[in-house]
Design a protein around this ligand. Structure first.
Ligand SMILES: Nc1ncnc2c1ncn2[C@@H]1O[C@H](COP(=O)(O)OP(=O)(O)OP(=O)(O)O)[C@@H](O)[C@H]1O
Ligand SMILES: [Mg+2]
Length: 248
């Protein structure tokens, strides 16, 4: 048997006296869209921060393809193929589309031995990543602050594609979006899934979960209370699962 792509074992997180996570175990298989659900304060974002390298766990182990990993920073997680997209700090608003996609990993070319930013190649590649997401923007040089929320998410996801991240984590990607933009983000997730990438989606929107997730893990007060395939579950059934943890 091959090891799961990602395994969490006994993951706990305390902030002072607050126990946000109390020993969470689950596996993530390659290529699934795993929804992480639960009420406010259940521990979802705490778990995302651990997966993304932003926070160390207080206890527990994380295994990537069966090998234990500890991330000292989000950059380290990114280098290991785990990209996280936060709703609010997903993009740098003043920077251009291409600059955002290549933030911290700019492409350069050498002129007389001197490295210069290769703006043309970055714009071309940024356009290519967006095309894979079926998003076309007229201008790679325009600041991201002029884009819609859905387009910004596409830019943030393009950054994950630039790193060729196999695991893309999204924390409430549609929370601040309107109906049309939400539909666009769900379409982005479907495209990542079709490319064989693994998505971990934190969401309160059960309609979104029903539409794109393959499996759901429910957290409640820092513990996993349910875990099951999403196929055949309506948004209402998912909401019930989150509320009751699957108890009849
Ligand atoms: N930096 C922090 N310092 C202290 N307590 C924190 C911190 N971050 C989270 N907590 C606490 O940990 C618990 C879990 O919070 P977390 O943000 O992980 O929940 P969540 O499931 O993401 O909630 P929401 O749905 O509201 O985003 C909460 O009780 C919260 O108040
Ligand atoms: Mg949260």
């Amino acid at each position: 048997m091959t090891a799961p792509l990602l395994s969490l074992r006994g993951i706990a997180k305390s902030y002072g006296a607050v126990e946000a996570l109390k020993g969470v175990d689950f596996d993530v298989a390659a290529g699934e869209v795993l929804a992480l659900c639960g009420d406010n304060g259940a521990g979802k974002s705490s778990l995302v921060k651990i997966l993304s390298g932003a926070h160390p766990p207080s206890a527990g182990r994380m295994l990537l393809r069966g090998e234990e990993v500890r991330f000292a920073s989000p950059d380290e997680a990114l280098r290991r193929g785990i990209a996280t997209i936060y709703q609010d700090l997903a993009v740098a608003p003043r920077l251009s589309v291409a600059q955002n996609v290549f933030l911290g990993s700019e492409l350069t070319r050498r002129v007389l031995g001197i490295p210069l930013l290769d703006k043309r190649r970055m714009a071309e590649q940024a356009r290519g990543f967006l095309a894979r997401l079926a998003v076309s923007l007229p201008d790679m040089d325009q600041p991201v602050e002029r884009l819609s929320g859905g387009q910004r998410q596409a830019v943030a996801i393009s950054r994950a594609l630039r790193w060729d991240a196999g695991i893309i984590i999204m924390d409430e990607p549609t929370a601040a979006l309107g109906v049309k933009e939400t539909a666009q983000v769900l379409d982005l997730i479907r495209r990542l899934h079709a490319e064989g990438r693994t998505v971990i989606l934190v969401s309160h929107a059960m309609a979104d979960v029903a539409a794109v997730a393959t499996r759901v893990v429910v957290l409640k007060a820092g513990r996993k209370v349910a875990e099951r395939p999403v196929e055949g579950l309506s948004a209402d059934a998912l909401a019930h699962l989150v509320m009751t943890g699957g108890a009849a």
